[in-house]
Design a protein around this ligand. Sequence first.
Ligand SMILES: NC(=O)C1=CN([C@@H]2O[C@H](COP(=O)(O)OP(=O)(O)OC[C@H]3O[C@@H](n4cnc5c(N)ncnc54)[C@H](O)[C@@H]3O)[C@@H](O)[C@H]2O)C=CC1
Ligand SMILES: O=C(O)/C=C/C=C(\O)C(=O)O
Length: 480
Amino acid sequence: MDILANFIDGQYQAPLAQQYLDNIEPATGKVYGQLPDSCQQDLALAVTAAEKALPAWQSMALEQRADYLLAIANEINNRLDELAIAEAIDNGKPVTLARTVDIPRAASNFKFFAHACTQFASEAHAMVGSAINYTLRPAIGIVGCISPWNLPLYLFTWKIAPALAAGNCVIAKPSEVTPKTAAILGEICQKVGLPNGVLNILHGRGTNIGQAICQHKKITAISFTGGTTTGAVIAQLVAPSFKKLSLELGGKNPALIFADCDFEDTLEQVFRASFANQGQICLCASRLYIERSIYHKFKQALVAKARALSPSDPLHDDCEMGAMVSKTHLDKVLGHLDDAKAQGAKILIGGQQVQLTGRCQQGYFLQPTIMENLPNSARANQEEIFGPVITIQPFDNDQQALALANDSQYGLAATIWTNNLTRAHQLAEHINTGIVWINCWLLRDLRTPFGGMKHSGLGREGGLDAMRFFTESKNVCVKY
Ligand SMILES: NC(=O)C1=CN([C@@H]2O[C@H](COP(=O)(O)OP(=O)(O)OC[C@H]3O[C@@H](n4cnc5c(N)ncnc54)[C@H](O)[C@@H]3O)[C@@H](O)[C@H]2O)C=CC1
Ligand SMILES: O=C(O)/C=C/C=C(\O)C(=O)O
């Protein structure tokens, strides 16, 4: 049994109340470990450690701070295989995906922000002939980072790295559903000699320790990624104390596929955008709008690809589709499918749980699912399902495609597939999402602003936006 501990003040510590939660491997449905069900007393220890570490960390020379982050990045790369296997066991994702995407990206997050903090400059505003203003960007202090289960180490580090780079001490909480790689990160911090208390990792339930982090008086900013409903709860929790808040929430992302696209390349990439990580990425395409003249051909090709994609053991190198993260989540997705069927959806492929044999007999596997025949107002077209489930609909012209894309409470990411770049730029200008990809998906430049409009979130992560979020700006006006 793999028993995890909190990482506080540079040491692994059992939860003070000795309460634990089970950790389940989604591919087998079996409990394989336990994690702390931390409480306020554990948080108090972490905050004390962070307070003690803060003065030295925030006043450290930038190059030295950057060196620590680079050392963490290197150590993540050194432990690539071990981390990839741990992620695949914990989350159910294909180990090859973890090895080629999740873990390398976690290392890149530290490397990127190591460099970013040495390049982060403050502005000056001259009042010609009378004064000069300059802006200081001190660290905020102690910040809380709360991350979800779909890209565990990838998103955990996407928050921690800029927070540390900006000079803050961090209290971080990974999802209780996928705690393992976050726990290993503590060992990495010990190995590189990160000063004690700079990064503290607490495990446990969102409604318990997560909420306590949001409400702690000495934690002055919260960066959260997860579901929109939880984001709304957190916004309420932090409102009375005016903490800085960054929310990366759900999506219901449209893909606009035009007849003049490069058919084969679009098919390949839209398929990946739909089903990568079992559709459990907030950026996944879930509403496909296809120009009527190619609707039938594209639909047939998509269905054929989906038929060839069967879930299998995530620990096998050739696995392309793993398990859903939990029984709760699988049931939620199946509930959406029942609802869609009741609303008249035609299931073109999938729609059902899959039972594997052998080790994975009790695992949480779902067939890739493609549905048509639903109005845009149907729940399946309006609510985030967060699984390997897409709907397809035909459209007749650019205006109709745009209207369908924007008919959503969400506004995270959109993709446009066309060889007519004038059309693509015009649509990109009018689509109400924080991210638009043209003829590509999840092509990431970590310098770019990342986040959503409407119910997809508040604020932007990435590049300078993250550095700005994790610092206060203070203007100094000097009269001469
Ligand atoms: N980035 C995204 O778009 C994600 C969306 N989701 C969506 O959210 C739905 C719910 O999934 P969950 O696993 O419950 O994700 P969640 O959004 O509730 O959990 C994300 C993180 O927030 C923490 N948390 C939960 N409640 C909290 C609270 N009251 N205060 C502070 N922290 C809290 C959790 O412990 C976890 O670390 C999913 O079915 C999916 O549709 C889930 C994960 C990521
Ligand atoms: O930063 C990225 O490349 C991806 C981020 C993905 C999420 O925030 C998510 O799936 O929740």
